[in-house]
Design a protein around this ligand. Sequence first.
Ligand SMILES: Cc1ncc(COP(=O)(O)O)c(C=O)c1O
Length: 477
Amino acid sequence: MKLIFEKSTEGRGCDLLPLCDVPITKPSEKFLRKKELHLPQVSETEISRHYTELMKRTFGINNGFYPLGSCTMKYNPKINDEIAKLPGFTEIHPLQPQSSIQGCLEVMKLAQDSLSEITGMDAIDFQPAAGAHGEFTGLKLIWAYHQDRKDSKRTKIIVPDSAHGTNPASAAMAGFSVINVPSTKEGYVDTEELRKVVGDDTAGFMLTNPNTIGMFDENILEITKIIHDAGGLNYYDGANLNAIMGIARPGDMGFDVVHLNLHKTFSTPHGGGGPGSGPVGCKELLAKYLPSPRIIFHEGAFELEQKREESIGRVKSFYGNFLVVVRALTYMLTLGGEGLRSASVNAVLNANYMQQLLKDTFDIPFAGPCMHEFVISLENLKKEKGVSALDFAKALLDYGMHPPTMYFPLIVHEALMVEPTETESKETLEAAVAVYKEVYEAAINNPEAMHLCPLNTPVGRPDEVAAARNPMIRYHF
Ligand SMILES: Cc1ncc(COP(=O)(O)O)c(C=O)c1O
């Protein structure tokens, strides 16, 4: 396919800009461009065809099964975008008088209250713009809590090896040192090892739950008690709340802080490079340290609480990515409590169904009932036939199927992490299972051919290292 610049013909074009309705002032010399501006000169039809062609070459949830574990495009109903596009939400300014943005404040208050209810937390803050940003913010609350109590020797955060990679990174960024605890062979936190590392220097513990192998830690109550008994606080990485929404609440399990990924669970696409939102929720004992003022309903109006002395300070401008919150609230209100619960129930059901259908063919190292995702290991296939997780994923492309997440989590070798999601039908799951088994057969019988896949896609196998190190993102005229 040609690039849009290669389709350019001198003098052709289309004027889509309205005429300028303000006086035109020539900018000063230093702002004028020195080189000619190379814009593709193409007609409206050519532009439209070009981008339609590109669109056909991309793969998204509207094309087919998209089981990308951990970062999946979940159900993102279009109505939520429509609501977030309403002028009342888009044509406002954060410095407007509060009396003129009552509707927006109400949206945030309702979203805060709904997420408090879902997580079992007392306060929610929308400033963080992503999951990892939420982790950093939540950890800063833990830091502030210990400092406030003059307990400054508490500088260690305990993180299990099954945690999401951002957990230890955020702890280090927030100024803590990180202590690792291993998992048992069943995939849970090893509580014996945990007891050995807790002490009067423990600031807190971070649990990704479900963890990165898709398991709900069955010792969760024992774990949070061990930490509380030692004087530490418990942090819940709730990025994958779509596994437990409406069923279990971090606040009831002994957690003091939680972050959510609205751009995973609450209907904003994750991984598309667009804005995200990683709100932090906490128990009352930490609420005074939150970055932004709480929204309260006072004397018949919504208003922002006065600035707090103890706040850790801003982590982002104003109130975070507001329109992501609008989408999330629309999602929560349209599904309702029962709908949210059933989204989680179906996410877990679908993952378990697929896992059961695959378990006799594939090696599933932690094969207990899973939550919303499960992990396959192709380590043996790699050792015996030389076929890697990458080869397998590339072969799936030839069947028009988006591969699962590869090489994550790190504690499973040659990992494929599958998250079918709640909206897929039984037939789609069975069709995917049939393809996985067919590709596995092909890998056993003709392993050499697997290195050449995919054969039916516009791009075959790019040199991934070269593409990452020397990306060609400019057209040289
Ligand atoms: C369990 C978990 N924690 C944290 C994150 C980090 O979220 P973000 O990518 O928004 O920073 C992710 C991302 O997918 C995740 O799956």
